[in-house]
Design a binder for this molecule. Structure first.
Ligand SMILES: O=C(O)C(=O)C[C@]1(C(=O)O)C=C[C@@H](O)C=C1
Length: 120
């Protein structure tokens, strides 16, 4: 028995609290997935708009503003701003990959050979 080895006993109350916290974690994870799905729906539309108007997939000035804003929000919410920045950069890198794919397929369906029009 754990108590005989000097370890604290895991009571029913502890299991109950752990279970309740895990229920909340599962709800939060579900909300994150749904919010990310909505964000990617928006960015897919941005990707199509950019491809149709030959705009570059990445906008570093916009990203700098987003990062500064998110770092402030994180600080206020007592979340590590460096973590918030890493997370946003991770998401944006995936969005840019999607934008590039959309641009390439828009170009090839318009009959433009791969590589043409890219900066030298
Ligand atoms: O706002 C844009 O221009 C986007 O393409 C969206 C987004 C983002 O995911 O927030 C992605 C790439 C850009 O570099 C900046 C922002």
């Amino acid at each position: 028995m754990a108590a005989t080895r000097g370890e604290p006993e895991t009571t029913e109350a502890v299991h109950e609290e752990l279970g309740a916290l895990r229920d909340s974690i599962d709800n939060i994870d579900a909300a994150v997935v749904h919010m990310l799905a909505e964000r990617f729906k928006c960015t897919q539309r941005v990707g199509r708009l950019k491809a149709e108007h030959q705009l570059p997939p990445a906008d570093p000035a916009r990203e700098a503003r987003q990062i500064a804003r998110l770092r402030e929000l994180a600080q206020d919410a007592k979340l590590d701003p460096a973590f918030a920045e890493k997370l946003l950069n991770f998401i944006i890198a995936e969005v840019i990959r999607h934008h590039e794919k959309i641009a390439n397929s828009t170009r090839s369906s318009a009959g433009v050979p791969p590589g043409s029009g890219d900066p030298a």
